[in-house]
Design a protein around this ligand. Structure first.
Ligand SMILES: Nc1nc2c(ncn2[C@@H]2O[C@H](COP(=O)(O)OP(=O)(O)OP(=O)(O)O)[C@@H](O)[C@H]2O)c(=O)[nH]1
Ligand SMILES: [Mg+2]
Length: 421
C-alpha cells in the first residue's frame, strides 16, 4: 500500500524556498540548497528555483497570490512537472497550488518520505516508511474533505457526496496503521531482547549518529571492515547495521550505523522509526559524526543536537568525530567547540587510530575500579570473572584471593556479593 514515488526518474522539478520575513535569509537559502539535494536524491531534475519571504503564511496557498502566478508561468516555461515547496503544506494549500500551477505540488515532508520509500530495503524499513506515509496522509485527507465541503457551500450537518468514500478510506488507513504498529512492536521486542543478551555478555556498544551524508557509513566500514553502502547522497542508509569492532587493548565492542538526521525531519518519520532510533538510544556511547568540510557544519551540529534533546539523549556520553579532514580547510578546525573530539578522515584513515583510543577511554569511563574477595572454596569463580572482565591484578590473601578489576554498573550488580570496595 506504500504510495508510488512522488517524483519520477528524471522528472523536471521546480523548487520553491519559503520563509517568513523574520527568518534569516541565509537560512532560507541554505534550506533551499538542501531541498535541491533532496530532489536529486529522489531522482528529480531541477529546472528552476525561486525564493519568497513573506510577513505571514497564507492559509489558502501558503505563499502570496502574485508569487503563485509567477510559479505558474515558470512551470509553463520550464515544462516542470512537479513543484516542490520547502515547507509543510495542508491538503487545501496543495490542491489550490496544483490548480493554479497545473503541476503536481509536493512539500518537503512528502519528498523526504518519498526518498525513504525508495531506499527501504528490509521488511522493517518498508513497514516504517509505510507507517510514516499513512500518518502523513491522514490529516491531508481531512483537510481535502473540509476543502470540498466549503466549495459546495456545505457546513455542519450537511453530508457532501464524497464524504462516505473518504470516511471509508480513513477507516482503511486507520486499520492498516494499527496492523503495522503491531508488527513493528514485535520487531522492537526482538531487538530489545537481542540488546539485552549483548548487555548480559557485557559488550560495550557505540552508535554512529549525525547529519545525513556526514560519513557515518564510511566510518563504520573503516572501523569494522564492514561493507555498508556509501554514497554521496542524502539518506543513503536507512536500516541499522551493527558490527564488531576490535579496539587496541580494549574489549570487543560493537558499532551501529543508522539513518541520518536532517533539518525539519518529518515527525511522522520520527514516530515510525522508533525501533531504529532505539538502537542508538541504548548504546553506551554515541559517536556524533560531523562533516567538517560542509559549509553548513555549525547548523548541522545544531540540528543534530536539538534532535538529541528531542529524543532525550542529552545525558548520554558523546564522542564528537569531525570527519572529512582530508578535504576541509584547516581553519574549520578552529570553529569546533565540542569535547571530547577527534578529527578523522574515513576516506584515508587519518585519525582513525586516535579515534579507536578514545573509544577505549570512553568504555573505560563506564567502568569503576573495584576489589573482589574470593574465599578458597569460591576461587573457581575467578575463572568466570576472568571471562567477563579484565582482571588487572590478582593477589593471594588470607584464606583466599583478592582480584582488582574494572567493572560496569551491570557487572557490579552481578558480582555484588564478592565486592570488598
Ligand atoms: N573526502 C572525504 N569524503 C568522505 C569521507 N567520509 C565520507 N566521505 C564521502 O561522503 C559521502 C557520504 O558518505 P556516507 O558514509 O554515505 O555518509 P552517511 O553519513 O552514512 O550518509 P547517509 O547514510 O546518507 O546519512 C560519500 O560520498 C563518501 O565517499 C572523508 O573522510 N573524506
Ligand atoms: Mg550511511
Amino acid at each position: 500500500m506504500t504510495k508510488s514515488a512522488q517524483i519520477h526518474e528524471s522528472e523536471r522539478a521546480l523548487v520553491i524556498g519559503v520563509g517568513l520575513k523574520s527568518d534569516p535569509i541565509i537560512e532560507i537559502k541554505e534550506n533551499l540548497l538542501e531541498l535541491e539535494d533532496l530532489v536529486r536524491a529522489a531522482g528529480g531534475e531541477i529546472v528552476g528555483s525561486l525564493i519568497q519571504t513573506l510577513p505571514a503564511w497564507n492559509p489558502a496557498t501558503l505563499i502570496g497570490t502574485g508569487k503563485v502566478q509567477e510559479i505558474a508561468e515558470m512551470v509553463q516555461e520550464s515544462q516542470a512537472k512537479v513543484v516542490v515547496v520547502d515547507h509543510q503544506l495542508t491538503g487545501v494549500q496543495t490542491r489550490n497550488l496544483e490548480q493554479t500551477t497545473k503541476a503536481r505540488v509536493i512539500d518537503r515532508n512528502q519528498l523526504i518520505l518519498d526518498i525513504f520509500a525508495r531506499r527501504a530495503q528490509t521488511f522493517e524499513g518498508k513497514l516504517q516508511v509505510e507507517l510514516a506515509q499513512l500518518l502523513d496522509q491522514m490529516p491531508r485527507m481531512v483537510d481535502a474533505w473540509h476543502g470540498s465541503l466549503s466549495r459546495q457551500g456545505g457546513g455542519i450537518g450537511t453530508r457532501g457526496p464524497g464524504e462516505t468514500a473518504i470516511e471509508n478510506d480513513r477507516r482503511r488507513i486507520r486499520e492498516r496503521v494499527s496492523i503495522i504498529k503491531k508488527k513493528l512492536e514485535q520487531v522492537r521486542k526482538n531487538r530489545a531482547q537481542y540488546r539485552q543478551s549483548r548487555k548480559r555478555h557485557e559488550v560495550p556498544s557505540f552508535a554512529l549518529i549525525g547529519y545525513t551524508n556526514s560519513g557515518k557509513s564510511s566510518l563504520l566500514n573503516r572501523l569494522t571492515g564492514a561493507q555498508v553502502m556509501v554514497k554521496n547522497q542524502v539518506f543513503a542508509t536507512l536500516d541499522p547495521t551493527t558490527r564488531k569492532v576490535f579496539l587496541p587493548d580494549g574489549p570487543p565492542a560493537v558499532v551501529t550505523d543508522t539513518v541520518g538526521f536532517i533539518r525539519k525531519l518529518p515527525t511522522q518519520l520520527i514516530e515510525a522509526f522508533k525501533a531504529t532510533l532505539e538502537e542508538s538510544a541504548e548504546a553506551d556511547v554515541l559517536i556524533h559524526v560531523v562533516d567538517l568540510s560542509s559549509p553548513n557544519m555549525l547548523r548541522q551540529i545544531e540540528v543534530v543536537e536539538s534532535l538529541m534533546k528531542e529524543f532525550n539523549w542529552q545525558d548520554k556520553k558523546v564522542l564528537h568525530v569531525f570527519n572529512k579532514v582530508d578535504i576541509a580547510a584547516i581553519e574549520k578546525q578552529f570553529q569546533v567547540r565540542e569535547f571530547p573530539r577527534v578529527f578523522v578522515s574515513a576516506a584515508n584513515g587519518q585519525g582513525v587510530e586516535s579515534l579507536k583510543k578514545m573509544m577505549v577511554d570512553m568504555i573505560q569511563d563506564l567502568h569503576t575500579s573495584v576489589e573482589l574477595y574470593f574465599r578458597r572454596d569460591q576461587e573457581h569463580k575467578i575463572y568466570d570473572l576472568n571471562r567477563e572482565v579484565k582482571i588487572i591484578k590478582k593477589e593471594t590473601a588470607s584464606e583466599g584471593s583478592v582480584c582488582h578489576a574494572q567493572m560496569t554498573p551491570a557487572q557490579l550488580a552481578k558480582w555484588r556479593e564478592y565486592l570488598v570496595k
